[in-house]
Design a protein around this ligand. Sequence first.
Ligand code: UDP
Length: 328
Amino acid sequence: MGQNVLVTGGAGYIGSHACKALKTAGFVPVTFDNLVTGWKEAVKFGPFAQGDLLDRARLDEVFTEFQPVAVMHFAALSQVGESMSEPGKYWRNNVCGSLNLIEAAVDAGCKNFVFSSTCATYGDQDNVVLDENSAQFPINAYGASKRAIEDILRDFQVSNGLRHVIFRYFNVAGADPDGEVGEFHQPETHLIPLMLDAIDGKRDALTIFGTDYETPDGTCIRDYVHVCDLVDAHVLGLKWLQDDKDSRVFNLGTGSGFSVRDVIDHSRNVTNREVPFNEGARRAGDCTKLVSGSSRAVSELGWNPARSTLQTMIADAWRWHQTGHYSE
Ligand code: UDP
């Protein structure tokens, strides 16, 4: 049997893809999830331990039972808009929950921690190349909560030798090309799945959130990365820690920015269908442009984001959209 890796949020979108990648790489992914936003059916690649990060006693039980060699921490609330209207939820779940997890890992002697952070920690910085040394000025509670967890990890490195790899994700999209797992949020708030729903009439027209941004076509620009490429980087990050390399931060984006209108155009081409949309107001907390200006993950981890073209991401998401889903 391979080594156990504790995957928090393993029943969620990114966590379930990570479990598949870990299994493929010879590890045993142990999913820890409270199933509030995750799906039991997505836990397919290793054992499942149900629990909540705010329940320290349950965390201790799971560390004792599975003795993981590392933690991959995906579990989080992650909606920018909701974080602006309910910040307390984000500080409690994300920050207090992560602190419990970090302390449980340290107490169990688990020294390797891979953390999913976000480009939202950088905030809205006009004309700044966002690399790992960029200043972090989050403009929403989601980004602020993730930045706080990064700080906690740095402190526990000093105090307890807990080593970390922090990944700052840009916009994650696509689905497992084998169709075993995919993106399924309830409620859905993300651009591409909402667009695909609008295309096949599962919901009303997509609303573009803001057309008066300082961008060439007035809509927000994002850097999209395929979920399979993203989780490959996590396996490389885990190996990085197991090779005794220093704690490190890596952006995960391709460096190419696409506007909301670009995504609509690509979706029309991939699906051969019209995209019903209308133009609405800005969404609170949205940055104008978030594009990675770093290739550190490529040069240092040997990461190859080969599936991260908009075409492939939308095609994979569309296939999943038509064939795969979890019970509602
Ligand atoms: N967006 C939009 N309409 C929607 C959902 C999202 O115009 O119904 C825009 C949003 O303003 C942002 C981009 O699409 O510029 C990506 O948003 P998403 O929620 O997918 O990811 P986020 O950037 O918030 O992590």
